[in-house]
Design a protein around this ligand. Structure first.
Ligand code: AKG
Length: 190
C-alpha cells in the first residue's frame, strides 16, 4: 500500500520525518514478542543489545528494515526515495529498553554511520527533543512510530530524551503516562 500520505515532515528540523502509525498494534506486539524471544533483557542491568553486520541482524530486524525501505521509496522526500536504493539498507541495529525515568543525553550520532537513520518506538510514548543552539523542537514519539533523520537532523541537531524529572514528561500540557519504552535504531556503517 502507498504510505505517501502518512509521512509528516517536522518543518523546523530539516531532514526530520515521522510516520506516526508505521506499525499497527498487532505488528507492534509481534515485534515485542520477537524481541522477548531473543532473551536479551533477562537482567535489569542489561538495557541494550547491538548487532553489527547485515548477516547478524535477526530475521525480524531484516523484515523491519525492508518495510522501512519500502516506505521510504514511496515517501515525499527525494532524499528518502534515493536512500531506499541503498543496499543493504541498514546493517547495524540497537534495541534499547528504557525504564520510567530513563532517557538518552543530547547527542549527534557517530560519524561512522552513514546518513539516513531510523528509530522505531514501541510501548511508552515519549518526547524526543531536537536542539540546535538555544532552539528546541520537541517531537512526540508514539508507539508504532517511525522517525527518519538525515542531513541537518542527523548531523547538526542533537537529539535527546529527558525523562529524568521525577519520571515525568508532558506533551501539550498533558502528562505522558511513562512506562517501559523500547526502541529499535537502525543504521548503516560507512
Ligand atoms: C541512539 O541510540 O543513538 C539513540 O538516539 C536512540 C534513540 C531512541 O532510543 O529512541
Amino acid at each position: 500500500d502507498n504510505c505517501y500520505s502518512k509521512w509528516e515532515r517536522i518543518e523546523k528540523v530539516k531532514g526530520l520525518w515521522i510516520v506516526r502509525n508505521f506499525l499497527s498494534s498487532h505488528k507492534q506486539s509481534r515485534l515485542l514478542s520477537s524481541i522477548a524471544s531473543e532473551n536479551w533483557f533477562t537482567q535489569p542491568s542489561i538495557n541494550q543489545s547491538m548487532r553489527f553486520g547485515y548477516q547478524n541482524l535477526p530475521r525480524w530486524a531484516i523484515k523491519l528494515s525492508d518495510s522501512i525501505c519500502q516506505s521510504c521509496s514511496s515517501s515525499p522526500s527525494p532524499f528518502l526515495q534515493n536512500l531506499s536504493m541503498r543496499y543493504p539498507f541498514f546493517d547495524q541495529m540497537i534495541t534499547n529498553v528504557y525504564q520510567p525515568g530513563e532517557g538518552i543525553c543530547p547527542h549527534v550520532d557517530l560519524l561512522k554511520f552513514e546518513d539516513g537513520i531510523a528509530i522505531v518506538s514501541l510501548e511508552s510514548s515519549c518526547v524526543m527533543d531536537f536542539t540546535l543552539g538555544d532552539e528546541t523542537v520537541p517531537v512526540l514519539l508514539e508507539p508504532g512510530s517511525l522517525v527518519m533523520m538525515y542531513g541537518e537532523a542527523r548531523y547538526v541537531w542533537k537529539h535527546e530524551i529527558n525523562r529524568k524529572d521525577a519520571g515525568f514528561q508532558s506533551w501539550k500540557g498533558q502528562l505522558l503516562d511513562q512506562t517501559t519504552r523500547t526502541s529499535i535504531t537502525l543504521r548503516k556503517l560507512c
